[in-house]
Design a protein around this ligand. Sequence first.
Ligand code: FE
Ligand code: FE
Ligand code: ZN
Length: 280
Amino acid sequence: MLYIGNHTTSSKGYEKMARQMIANGGNTFAFFTRNPRGGKAKEIDEADVQKYRALAEEYGFGKIVAHAPYTLNACAAKENLRDFARETMADDLKRMEYTPGNYYNFHPGSHVGQGAEEGIRKISEILNQVLTAEQTTTVLLETMSGKGSEVGRSFQEIREILELVEKKEKMGVCLDTCHVWDGGYDIVNDLDGVLKEFDEIIGLERLKAIHLNDSLNGLGSHKDRHAKIGEGQIGMEALVRVVRHPALQGLPFILETPNDDEGWTREISLLRESAADLVL
Ligand code: FE
Ligand code: FE
Ligand code: ZN
């Protein structure tokens, strides 16, 4: 089954997000758990969740991929910023249990001059404080482009974070095609090689979701500027190979392309067509 959808911009509740995704031709989606710049989350409405669950079942949705606010920095130098990261993640994970068994993706963080090693230590420390044995959510570390002092710029750094986490069974990885390309992984000319490297360093069984984006910039540019599918330097053919790759079948593919619903509808249908012969 091809699970594909987009990062929805409407935050009017689960039912609305699911209905928009159905209209777009999707069967998974991503969303911010709260204002992307942080702040207090809206109360979860159980009736809304029930309506979402019924829709998800009716339309055969795959797992959904919540996204933590991108201001959250688990390896900030200032302790008050780490308190915010810790409290936000713990609260989000509690709220995620209203929709059990899904994914919660976050940017590992920026070490802001403390060095990657210290960043990795601080990120894993917060994960060890917020992960619980009871949670059904898998927390995903997103692969980053290496812009500024971002941690998670290489498969090796992601592995080092995972190695320090105690509840490893609660952890996974989300691979962002724009970010890894910008990070220097040549998914255009050697997708097999990149996935082999991922497997050797992290393990493909940890790969739980794909952010499917084109990139405005070149290989190794460390910029993180997303482009529409086929309008960037990765290109349509290479992104189709990602969607069709045997090692990635069944994962949720999330578009984070600069679009509106009309544009996402077009991209979803294009990608569905390109993989139509694979669908079981
Ligand atoms: Fe992200
Ligand atoms: Fe992403
Ligand atoms: Zn990005």
